[in-house]
Design a binder for this molecule. Structure first.
Ligand code: SAM
Length: 261
């Protein structure tokens, strides 16, 4: 890491960082790399992102992934697509794993992974054909503000593939409805080209796999730090609750939007 101390940045943005990985307790944050060590994907859907990119028929793509986790999306996409990419994430351990995977997949000469706060990435990266972003915290503000911020990284007519959620029934006004999401995206100067709703059975299978792996690591941590047993159990319970919510109350969606030129 360069001049920026990312542990400090996480400290400053603790709440939004925690939200992005569904962790409500500050103390659990330092254990996340251990708890999530058996997962490559951290909640995103590279398969759907790739399907959406294929519809664009782009050659020599230039792609940016903000909050890239362990690099699964960029690596899988660029394995099928000519071009190059940059991925940034605030967690150093995730970026180390991403670099390792890109070497394993023999694609490291076309991807740069950096440990960086995405707010900083937005200040410097420009002229991308495609930007990937999972809207899983409020770090970039409202949907309109978020798309306004992402816009500056795009070339004319560039694309954003965003992952988001809509409520199935509009009871919780903290999550924008599909209509409100679309309204704000358009207000920020984008055309919404496609929305792919994730299949509920796929979400259930993914949740079961993630939960089994995380529970195993949480049990190891409970053995190592018995005094923190309750915290780890609460983390697991909140994961299970969130999985139920994703399966029953929310639509998970990948949206493809194009910047109006
Ligand atoms: C739900 S995960 C998704 C990761 C990846 N897109 C995937 O699907 O595997 C959200 C990611 O955002 C990262 N993140 C959260 N806040 C961030 C910030 N301020 N700057 C950079 N990355 C951040 C987290 O470390 C985490 O890897």
């Amino acid at each position: 890491m360069d001049a920026v101390d990312h542990k400090k940045v996480i400290e400053m943005n603790k709440e939004e960082f925690g939200k992005s990985l569904s962790a409500n307790d500050d103390e659990i944050l330092k254990h996340l790399p251990y708890l999530l060590q058996d997962l490559w994907e951290l909640g995103g859907r590279p398969d759907i992102q790739l399907d959406l990119i294929k519809t664009l028929d782009l050659k020599d793509i230039k792609i940016l992934d903000l909050g890239c986790g362990k690099g699964s999306s960029l690596i899988r996409i660029l394995k099928h697509q000519t071009g190059k990419g940059v991925g940034t994430d605030i967690v150093e351990e995730f970026i180390e794993e991403a670099k390792h995977k890109s070497v394993e997949w023999k694609i490291d000469d076309r991807i740069e992974f950096r440990t960086e706060d995405l707010v900083e990435t937005l200040k410097t990266e420009r002229n991308y054909d495609v930007v990937l972003y999972g809207i899983d915290s409020d770090i970039l503000g409202t949907i309109e503000e978020c798309f306004e911020s992402l816009k500056q990284t795009l070339s004319n007519g560039g694309y954003i593939i965003a992952e988001t959620i809509y409520p199935k029934i509009e009871t919780d006004d903290s999550i924008d409805s599909q209509e409100e999401f679309q309204r704000q995206v358009q207000k920020a100067g984008f055309v919404l080209l496609e929305e792919k709703f994730w299949d509920t059975e796929d979400i259930r299978t993914m949740n079961q796999e993630y939960t089994t792996k995380i529970v195993k690591r949480a049990q190891e941590l409970i053995t190592k730090y018995p005094q923190e047993k309750i915290m780890f159990e609460e983390y697991i319970n909140s994961q299970v609750e969130e999985c139920k919510e994703l399966e029953n109350d929310l639509y998970c969606v990948s949206v493809l939007c194009q910047l109006k030129s």
